[in-house]
Structure formats: structure tokens, C-alpha cells
Design a protein around this ligand. Structure first.
Ligand code: FAD
Length: 305
């Protein structure tokens, strides 16, 4: 119930305006978000890289309905990738891209061209792009764009959300040689008709999907903070005889940082998803919806200021 309310709030302009103008939210927001500028993103990337962690950088912003905003997002990504290369982070940091930030709500071909420009910049920076997966209505379009991009940029990462009833099927289609696939539970509201809504069902789907990906030929990117699922991932790596460099764990910046370091120290590849930028509202509210303790932390910080 609380999760649904927070996800509804994440799409509400009214709540967003109140939150964005409240100065006291800033410190709490920065627990999950690297900052607002490319300099902030590079600083955090450097600190994580020093600890042996890999990074995926997400420029906050989504659901753009205006071509000029999409163009600004593309330019920002291109600049970020140039700066990443100049700083020597090409091998350690990639970018995550929400297609709705570069025009998916406007036109699919326009979005594909914009994503292509970002993939071209990523290749010049010796790194890769992963296409985040957003609301369930966008899944088929995102997969079409992914397959088009993979003709020229086969290392483009896909995302499968385990809460979707079709998740296992998507994993089977994507578990081929060279295919980078992030598996996550899914962060958006979705109806019973297309998604599992109970936690137990989502977790079981995640395990089935992991089996398909870890038993397949691709490069699984297991994105979860769930201790049980991380443990099962380790067991599957043994079962399928996977070398540590043939898959990776992924977690969000600010969530279970000690676990991120522990896994890296054990020799696993661990990538931290680092979001930055001014458009933090939707991202932040989805993190609140995931974990009531985060909400408590947020409300306490508001109350004690
Ligand atoms: P949850 O069920 O939220 O948490 C399980 C357990 O993890 C908790 O019981 C607790 O033990 C532990 N845990 C969780 N949060 C915390 C915390 N703050 N502190 C301590 N322990 C905690 N979603 C999308 O829809 N599309 C995407 O493209 C996408 N990309 C993602 C990329 C990455 C790298 C990650 C990590 C997540 C991504 N997500 C994405 C979000 C994802 O779908 C989930 O909403 C989010 O990861 C929470 O699910 P969970 O697997 O951590 O499990």
C-alpha cells in the first residue's frame, strides 16, 4: 500500500514541486545521488574506482515530452562520456540511459537516433551503454530499440525486470554470447495482468531468471541488494562454473555499500549505479518506495532540522 502511494507520488507534479523546493531534502537526497554536476559524478566515480568497484552513471531525467529537452540530454551524455574518457575512467565506468529521457514519449525513430549518438560517444570513450527499463508500457519499444542498437553496438546492455510475468522469456531470448543483461526486480508500478505483485513471487521469478542467465552464454549483471538473492547468485556461479569475470553484481549508490566492498574484496565484479543531476525526484521516490526504512530515515531527517 505504502509502496503504491509512493510510486503514485513519484509521478505527481504537485508532490514533486513541494519536495523540490524544500531545502531540507537536499542532504537526504545526497545519500542516494552523487550530486548535480559532471564534476560530482567524476568525483564519486574516482572514489568508487579506488575501492575496486565499477560504475554505471545515470544522468537523472526521464519522461521528456519536448525534443529540445531530449537533445539537451543527448548532449549531456556525450559530454559526460568525453569527460569520463579524459579522466581515464573508460574501462571502469559505463553509462545507464533511460530512453524516455531522449525522446521515447515523442517518437521511436528519434529515440533510436539519439541513443545511437550516445552509443557512438561511449565507443569513443572505450565504454558501453545499458538501456534502463522503465514502465511496463515501454518494454516492447525499449527491446526493439535495443535490438536495433545491438546491430552496430553489440555490447549495449539490456535490462529485464523480474516482476514482469514475461521476464523468464525475455531472459531466454537475451542469454546469448556477448549479450550483457541486467536483471533487477523492477521499480515501477505495474498491474497484476502483466506483473507479479507479491514479494515472494517476484523473488522466485528473479531466481528463475538468474538460472536462465547464469546458465546461458551471455554476461549477466545481477542488480539486487537482497542478501538471499546475492547468496543464490554465488551458488549459481559455482553450479554453472562461471569465472568471476563472466558476470557482475550491481547495486545502487548509497545502498549496502559495505556489501558492495565485501563482494569486490572476494574477487567479484561489482558495479555501483550512480545517479546524478538536478532531476532527482522520480529516482529518489522510487528508492523510498522500495524500503520503508529509507522513508523513516528521510522523515526523521526532516523532523530534526
Ligand atoms: P528489495 O526487495 O527492495 O530489498 C531486498 C532486501 O535488500 C531487503 O530486505 C534488505 O535486506 C536489502 N536492502 C534493500 N535496500 C536496502 C537498504 N537501503 N539498506 C540495506 N539493505 C537494503 N529497476 C527498474 O525498474 N529498471 C531498471 O533499469 C533498474 N536498474 C537498476 C540498476 C541497479 C544497479 C539496481 C541495483 C537496481 C535497479 N533497479 C531498476 C531497481 C530494482 O528494480 C529494485 O527496485 C531495487 O533494486 C530494489 O530491489 P532489491 O532487489 O534490492 O530488493
Amino acid at each position: 500500500m505504502l509502496r503504491q502511494a509512493l510510486l503514485a507520488a513519484s509521478r505527481s507534479d504537485g508532490v514533486r514541486k513541494v519536495m523540490e523546493t524544500a531545502p531540507l531534502t537536499r542532504d537526504v537526497v545526497h545519500r542516494f545521488i552523487a550530486g548535480e554536476t559532471i564534476d560530482d559524478a567524476l568525483r564519486v566515480t574516482g572514489a568508487l574506482a579506488d575501492e575496486g568497484l565499477l560504475v554505471s552513471l545515470d544522468v537523472l531525467g526521464e519522461d521528456v515530452h519536448d525534443a529540445s529537452q531530449a537533445e539537451a540530454a543527448v548532449k549531456h551524455y556525450v559530454e559526460l562520456l568525453e569527460r569520463l574518457a579524459a579522466a581515464g575512467f573508460g574501462g571502469r565506468a559505463e553509462v545507464s540511459l533511460k530512453l524516455t529521457a531522449v525522446g521515447q514519449a515523442i517518437d521511436e525513430d528519434f529515440t533510436l537516433e539519439n541513443a545511437r549518438r550516445i552509443c557512438t560517444a561511449a565507443r569513443s570513450a572505450s565504454t558501453t551503454v545499458t538501456l534502463d527499463m522503465e514502465e511496463y508500457q515501454r518494454v516492447e519499444s525499449t527491446l526493439r530499440i535495443l535490438h536495433e542498437l545491438r546491430r552496430d553496438f553489440p555490447d549495449t546492455g539490456a535490462v529485464v525486470q523480474a516482476y514482469l510475468r514475461r521476464a523468464e522469456e525475455y531472459c531466454a531470448e537475451l542469454a546469448y554470447e556477448g549479450s550483457r543483461v541486467r536483471l533487477c526486480k523492477g521499480a515501477y508500478a505495474a498491474p497484476e495482468s502483466v506483473a507479479f505483485t507479491g514479494k515472494g513471487e517476484v523473488d522466485k521469478s528473479f531466481v528463475r531468471c538468474m538460472k536462465v542467465l547464469m546458465g546461458g552464454k551471455g554476461y549477466p549483471m545481477l542488480a539486487t541488494h537482497d542478501p538471499r538473492l546475492v547468496e543464490i547468485a554465488g551458488a549459481l556461479a559455482v553450479l554453472y562454473d562461471r569465472d568471476p569475470d563472466t558476470f557482475e553484481y550491481q547495486m545502487l549508490y548509497g545502498i549496502r555499500p559495505q556489501e558492495q566492498r565485501r563482494l569486490a574484496e572476494l574477487g567479484a565484479r561489482v558495479r555501483v549505479y550512480v545517479a546524478y543531476g538536478e532531476e532527482w525526484y522520480g529516482y529518489f521516490m522510487r528508492r523510498m518506495a522500495e524500503r520503508p526504512a529509507n522513508l523513516g530515515f528521510f522523515l526523521r531527517s526532516v523532523a530534526t532540522r
